[in-house]
Ligand binder design. Sequence first.
Ligand code: F6R
Length: 608
Amino acid sequence: MCGIVGFIGKKDASSILIEGLSKLEYRGYDSAGVAIFDGERINVTKCKGRLVNLENKLQEEPLKGTLGIGHTRWATHGEPSDLNAHPHSNEDETISVVHNGIIENYIHLREWLISKGYKFVSETDTEVIPNLIDYFYNGDLVDAVMKAVAKMEGSYAIGVICSKEPDKLVAVRKDSPLIVGLGKGEFFIASDIPAILNHTRDIYLLNDKEFVVMTKDGVKLLSQEGEEIKRDIYHVTWNADAAEKGGFEHFMIKEIHEQPKAIKDTMTSRVMPGKPITLDKITITKEQIENIDKVYIVACGTAYHAGIVGKYVIEKLARIPVEVEVASEFRYRDPIINERTLMIVVSQSGETADTLAALREAKANGARVIAVTNVVGSSVSREADDVLYTWAGPEIAVASTKAYVTQLIAMYIIALFFAENKKTLSESEIEEIKEAMLILPEKAKEVLENKETIQKFASKTYMHKDMFFLGRGLDYAVAMEGSLKLKEISYIHSEAYAGGELKHGPIALIEKGTIVIAGATQEKLYDKMVSNIKEVKTRGANVLGIAFEGHTEIEKTVDSVLYIPEVNDVLSPVISVIPLQLLSYYMAIQKGCDVDKPRNLAKSVTVE
Ligand code: F6R
């Protein structure tokens, strides 16, 4: 988390940094700050709270200059406060630093620096960085940054300016994202592309431990040995508007409406009638697929929920055993991994620290790794053996929606690819699923056209403190995602249960008026699910059923029902999750919550 941005050029740095930070606020928003060189000294303005507070401060007391760095924070070490906000500086304020990541050995470094006479004013790990650079500074900023970085353990993307070298911005990354923007006589660093897209589409993607040295005349990339690195320019083809709200009130609702397109884009040129699944960036061979005896799908949060659907479909269609695990557990539990293991990591951002660590653990033990990610050039995409991009476009709202449905599509694509190679399904069975997939964008549009029912249900129930989501099979997987969405943005406590599990304890919580959302799309499990609905109805629950159009028998059992267009059972999560996303959105709106920036959360979790 945390977003960093930096600028060097001829224009006013302050407005460029603020504009960049506004595009990075999804990464953290508990404080923000900028450091700008005015020709003589570095001036820092920073404050607790949203970016708007910083903007107000800068309006009262503008900072002039054409070189600067900026930061929007998601607190890890030290509470959100003016003092802990970045940029951080050395004592004489000649060196200023913005940082995203965690310096794991900061206590040791801090004590060591204190023993050398250094003073600290904040509670952050970051403050050791300008002081370390100061310690090593001997007239050469790049050399001092390199020496400081050599002492640091942990993750970092940092931007550094120094008033003694006024035409220079130095940056480096390790395990935290950082890109370089290449303009005409102006250059940028940023944690993510949207921050600079109004200024340039040409960027360098950086690898770990690569240093950036920028002046007004150009950019040099250096290895940690100080050797110059040549890098191809990556040209961003997507539109800056794709990262704006485009007439919607919030990014989340815009992104929910973008799902039909995102689903279509993710299938384009991969799922085609009469043709085998085509995966351009996947080099795994038929023999390697045949050799796999276990698949691990590892991810966090919503991406983990997509992985649960992945387990159902890979096991069902390709008959390979699959385990799904949250990355933060997987990485520390000494899992059994070998050359016959395939790991699929799923990550919208491609930068989630735990997911990346799990990927590395798997690779170190000889497993092959496929990354499913939405961000080109992200860390997981670079470190995995194969990459399947989800073409969802930039996802800005903290609550993941369009990334989830495209991750589901990726799971189907992988399952079908394996099924084709292993011949676990006949050609006609594969064709049938592909045809059903290709009409999903239309079906998703239909759900979106029918959102009033959900809106009404939300307006009647938003005051409830607890809700339950029930389902069996794939409906249970979707229930988990619906429950997470509701918690995240409307702060309503909710739980997801497998329908059959309810009677083993949780049913004790059901009382008169308890809201239960019950998914009943799976034909084979339909009757069983209806029995589970009856169990909660008998105890007074108010049940909203979600079923396919035409399956009207459910009306006898539930209080209200939301019909969704019928699709192949195995594909139902792509469609049935949409009403749940809308439900959480409208609940949050009714409650007056900040939908796009829910409390305590950040979009990209690049720390453990
Ligand atoms: C939920 C949400 C998070 C992310 C999780 C993983 O709406 O956005 O649960 O899904 O932090 O993030 P990625 O997919 O970037 O690895």
